[in-house]
Design a protein around this ligand. Structure first.
Ligand code: ZN
Length: 316
């Protein structure tokens, strides 16, 4: 969706097998422009791939990926006459280079960021908890990765829009999931950059530097690398461990199945910070959730067989 008013532009979900597009108008000016059409078609692509839910951070990622692909369609169609704004052939509504111009944040939890914690009930009236606002962060990230530059004290080497687009598409198709957050977007695009261009390639480094620049803090390269958040990996974690109850309130139990010898376990919060860590031969670990902020955490298990991740939801 481009705007959240009655005369906005939206991908209409009702006709799943035959999607049609209601391209509306803003202030009476038609919004039928290449970037806006690309934006709307991308919503259909997102629905068929990661399925990012249209609220909170997953909704902001959905919006940003629609802006990214819409802008890249404009670049493809108008190679000599494209730009980083959205809808400029009618009414400009967003600017990926300088999101602040249209009241969007360019840094995670920075000025202009709308905290999901202050938005208990997503609905149209609050833009599903500000999906068209918080999308500015990933838009800025994409612009930085593509064109390079120094932002927020970070130096980012340009990899060009084409490579940046490939990385986003790969992350969307293979790693992002319906409830992904900015933290997941960081790990997913890092993993995609590694898959396509190699560990610690210029592209991998640029992806990391640009996330750091927009305050989604990432390890330097070489580091722990990308979290493999693909559904098949999430599923395969079920073959080595069980986490229950999940969602959890007071306690979480991790049960590791044999034949695993020693396991490195780490619990990460949404910013990628290690909250708890264990190196254990025990098959059952229980920890209290007291003091942990409610939300989505990632449990990473490093075993002789490989690295597995498991989402842990903590409610209190
Ligand atoms: Zn949209």
């Amino acid at each position: 969706m481009v705007g959240a008013s009655d005369d906005d532009v939206r991908y209409v979900h009702e006709a799943d097998n035959l999607p049609y597009y209601h391209i509306g108008s803003v202030n009476g000016i038609s919004m039928v422009t290449i970037d806006v059409i690309g934006h709307e078609i991308t919503h259909a692509l997102v629905k068929k791939t990661a399925g990012l839910i249209y609220q909170y951070e997953s909704g902001a990622l959905n919006e940003s990926i629609a802006d990214i692909m819409g802008t890249m369609l404009e670049r493809y169609m108008l190679p000599n006459n494209w730009n980083w704004t959205l809808g400029e052939d009618a009414v400009t509504i967003r600017d990926m280079r300088t999101p602040e111009i249209y009241s969007q944040p360019s840094r995670f939890e920075g000025p202009g960021w709308e905290s999901p914690g202050n938005c208990p009930f997503p609905f149209l009236g609050n833009d599903y908890c500000w999906v068209h606002t918080n999308s500015g962060v990933m838009n800025k990230w994409f612009h930085l990765v593509s064109t390079g530059g120094t932002f927020n004290g970070q130096n980012v080497n340009a990899i060009g829009p084409h490579a940046a687009q490939q990385i986003v598409y790969w992350a969307l198709a293979n790693y992002l999931q319906s409830q992904s957050t900015y933290s997941d977007a960081r790990w997913s695009t890092m993993a995609a950059a590694r898959d396509i261009y190699g560990e610690c390639s210029n592209e991998h480094r640029a992806v990391i530097a640009a996330w750091n620049a927009v305050n989604v803090i990432s390890p330097v390269c070489p580091g722990s690398g990308g979290r493999i958040a693909a559904e098949q990996i999430e599923n395969s974690a079920e073959s080595i461990m069980k986490v229950y109850p999940n969602p959890a309130t007071d306690f979480v139990t991790i049960q590791l199945f044999d034949p695993i010898t020693t396991v490195d376990l780490q619990l990460y919060d949404m910013t990628g910070k290690v909250i708890k860590a264990w190196n254990t031969k025990e098959s059952t670990i229980t920890f209290a959730t007291k003091g942990l902020v409610p939300g989505i955490y990632t449990l990473k298990a490093q075993t002789p067989k490989g690295i597995y991740t498991h989402k842990v939801i903590i409610n209190q």
